[in-house]
Design a protein around this ligand. Structure first.
Ligand SMILES: [Zn+2]
Length: 246
């Protein structure tokens, strides 16, 4: 089936009573991350941009993704077999994703947390360091089966904080997500209850802001020192050049 028709069909099945006066466009791009996609609307043009990795996936699942995007775009709630198919596809994507980005330090942390809290039952995802982020400490990407941890934690000596963040993200991997109507819940009640299993969790949560603020301040100080050094170097080289001429 041609992909523009796929989008039109997805729309028609989702909103059977509405007259779709839209022009549907679907493009597959190598620039979007794996299994990423979004929809945009400009006047009568409804354009779906999908990651190239969607191209070989069955039309039913692609239609589910399109419908999920449409429901978000139009802020509508509706049950659909295709959206269910799409969600179970995403929940199982981790099985097929290659695990080729595993940082050794993060792997050690993952193994410790896995043994201690999950009886070693969590399958290893991709594990990478992210940016030096001081507000988002970690994230789990279902589509890439990847846990990203802020580089801030490279500089926190006490590894319990890194373990705490890892534990939270591993819970996401383990629990996946829970749908009710059009909403997706990631931190539902059960998640919050499970989160409390981590030893001294509430205290760690309290201390986290302070610990991260300290690392941030240190990094800012270091940056200033580096800049100062660069400045001195530049001055020296200008002076040497000047004296060379004289
Ligand atoms: Zn979370």
């Amino acid at each position: 089936m041609e992909c523009q028709n796929l989008a039109e069909k997805a729309y028609g099945l989702l909103f059977p009573n509405s007259q779709a006066n839209y022009t549907f466009v679907v493009t597959y791009s190598g620039r979007l991350k794996d299994y990423g996609a979004y929809v945009s609307m400009k006047g009568p043009l409804l354009e779906f941009k999908m990651s190239r990795s969607w191209f070989p996936i069955s039309p039913e699942i692609q239609m589910g993704l399109m419908q999920e995007l449409l429901l978000k775009l139009f802020k509508k709630k509706s049950a659909s077999m295709y959206v269910d198919l799409y969600n179970s596809f995403v929940k199982n994507l981790h099985i097929a994703v290659p695990k080729d980005k595993v940082d050794p330090e993060l792997q050690e942390c993952f193994d410790r947390v896995n043994e201690r809290y999950f009886l070693g039952l969590v399958e290893m995802p991709n594990l990478v360091w992210g940016k030096f982020a001081t507000t988002t400490f970690g994230s789990y990407d279902f589509k890439c089966d990847k846990i990203t941890i802020s580089s801030v934690f490279k500089e926190v000596e006490d590894t319990v904080y890194l373990e705490y963040i890892m534990f939270h993200e591993m819970l996401h991997k383990q629990r996946k997500f829970f749908k009710s109507g059009a909403r997706t819940y990631y931190h539902d009640k059960k998640f919050k209850r499970l989160e409390k299993v981590f030893e001294d969790g509430p205290q760690i949560e309290k201390d986290l802001t302070r610990v991260v603020a300290r690392v941030k301040a240190k990094a800012a100080y270091r940056d200033r020192a580096v800049k100062k050094q660069e400045c001195v170097k530049k001055l020296k080289s200008t002076r040497d050049r000047l004296f060379g001429w004289l």
